[in-house]
Design a binder for this molecule. Structure first.
Ligand code: BES
Ligand code: MN
Ligand code: ZN
Length: 492
């Protein structure tokens, strides 16, 4: 697993700059104003910074951009990075600037002269989020496998370090999510996934693994029927973080963890099937969020549950037309074995409510291709039975720069999943495919449970770089859920 690059916060030491190795970065305002560190670097480089500031190149640069000078005379460093940053930059702008710096940094060590910058903690968060690579399977050449450390000099280093600590917990959670989502399915099997979650007991989480015989006893036939064609056993993992009052009902997070989705007997076409290694994205976000909450010792009770299965065709696999009974008791006609995520979630969501009586429940799933047709890769689909909770989530996602867009629910859509021979069927045809999937889940939500369903098929993993992640897994949702917990479920 990749490790978060360590960031050390220190009081500014102007005399150490000349000898710093790797890269040195300074902040310059779009008007060309230098802070103390910038002025020292300008002197050491015999005016190189001032010449850059006077150039056309600088005049065209916008706040948040980086201009690099290679092998600067007067510095031991291999490069000098000039980060253009408006003094009034807000938190999101500071994060983006930090991410831009991480991109040029690559694997080098970095000394960042942050002066007395206001949003330095968010600058560090952006740096940490973007300083990510998944190179576990790249045979090592001359490249160092680990990223060089970062030292941030700041006039109030202790204050910035304290402010950055809970933010860096979010970055670490998001990196865990990305590692899980990027991992190929022959490595991240159901059992390996469960084992990685079990390791989080180190952080103070209580982690339980439910095996197939227990799931059978609980009556989770909907979940089990998805995994029964695979050589990997199905698992449900329960992670509890109890940072709140003992008698406070928890927030429940439920994740779809299909470690690979071939479609089963309703086999998917070959083209692009390899992308279905990311079909455990919902479970990945639940895991990463639990990690972040534990790392920052959130004062809230949160339980994360994931259903881990592999959807494979075989002589033992579920067939189209089969009828299964869910833990709730509802019978389901499996029209299409490729609509498996909702089968997995129905049982885990029911179990979550039955056992924990949560104050609210949020499920996350790479559930439908249709949500990508509707919203592309910019926004996750948000479905809810509770306006208040839903608005709080949308606000948290907005503040974190994670796209989220509410979609409708309603009886007319629910009518589309009526079955001829069972209580419901698992597909409603092509129209409104994401909504009928959400309606299916709604059947497993108790009347008084405030609930949000997040369809993250379009945002969990993408084919091009985003502001905060290289192409591949994004970690979408960890920051928004962490903020929602902080703003709505935490004590004091
Ligand atoms: N895992 C897929 C959805 C998906 C598609 C995720 C593309 C990420 C990218 C899901 O299990 C699925 O196959 N859904 C079907 C449902 C259909 C059979 C009703 C779909 O969207 O086509
Ligand atoms: Mn599927
Ligand atoms: Zn799937």
């Amino acid at each position: 697993m990749s490790r978060l690059t360590p960031i050390r916060f220190q009081d500014t030491d102007l005399d150490a700059i000349a000898e710093a190795s790797g890269r040195v970065a300074i902040l310059v305002t779009p008007e060309g104003k230098l802070d103390l560190g910038g002025r020292r670097v300008n002197r050491l480089t015999r005016g190189a910074v001032a010449r850059l500031v006077a150039s056309d190149r600088f005049a065209k640069a916008k706040s948040g951009q980086v201009i690099s000078l290679a092998w600067p005379a007067g510095l031991a460093a291999d490069a000098l990075d000039i980060l253009v940053l408006d003094r009034k930059a807000d938190k999101v702008a500071a994060r983006k600037a930090g991410a831009a710096l991480a991109k040029v940094k690559d694997k080098a060590a970095l000394t960042l002269l942050a002066g007395n910058a206001k949003e330095a903690a968010d600058l560090a968060l952006g740096l940490a989020l973007r300083d990510y690579r998944f190179d576990a399977y790249k045979s090592a050449g001359d490249d160092p496998q680990d990223s060089g450390a970062v030292v941030m000099y700041h006039s109030r280093s202790q204050e910035i370090a304290d402010a950055a600590a809970p933010l860096l917990a979010v970055a670490e959670g998001a990196h865990m999510t990305r590692d899980l989502v990027n991992e190929p399915a022959n490595v991240l099997t159901t059992t390996e996934f469960a084992a990685r979650l079990a390791e989080m007991t180190e952080l103070g989480l209580t982690v339980e693994l439910l095996e197939e015989d227990e799931l059978e006893k609980l009556g989770m036939r909907a979940l089990l029927c998805v995994g029964q064609g695979s050589a990997s056993p199905s698992r449900v993992v329960v992670m509890q973080w109890n940072g709140g009052a003992a008698d406070d009902a928890p927030l429940a997070l439920v994740g779809k963890g299909v470690v690979f989705d071939t479609g089963g007997i309703s086999l998917k076409p070959a083209a692009g099937m390899e992308d279905m290694t990311m079909d455990m994205g919902g479970a990945g976000v639940v895991a990463g969020t639990m990690r972040a909450l534990a790392l920052r010792k959130a004062r809230a009770n949160v339980v994360g549950l994931v259903g881990l299965v592999e959807n494979m065709p075989s002589g033992e696999a579920t067939r189209p037309g089969d009828v299964v009974r869910s833990m709730q008791g509802t019978t389901i006609e499996v029209i299409n074995t490729d609509a498996e995520g909702r089968l997995v979630l129905s049982d885990v969501m029911w179990y979550a409510q039955d056992r924990f009586k949560p104050t609210a429940m949020i499920d996350l799933a790479t559930l439908t291709g249709a949500i990508i047709i509707g919203l592309g890769h910019e926004n996750a689909g948000v479905f809810s039975n509770d306006d208040d909770l839903c608005n709080a989530f949308l606000k948290a996602a907005g503040a974190e720069g994670e796209g989220a867009w509410r979609m409708p629910l309603g009886k007319a859509y629910d009518d589309l999943i009526k079955s001829r021979i069972a209580d419901i069927k698992n597909t409603g045809g092509r129209p409104a495919g994401s909504i009928t999937a959400a309606q299916f889940l709604a059947r497993f939500v108790k009347e008084d449970t405030p609930w949000i369903h997040l369809d993250i098929a379009g945002v969990a993993s993408v084919k091009s770089d985003t502001d905060f992640a290289p192409k591949g897994a994004t970690g979408w949702g960890v920051a928004a859920l962490n903020r929602l917990v902080r703003d709505r479920f935490e004590q004091e």
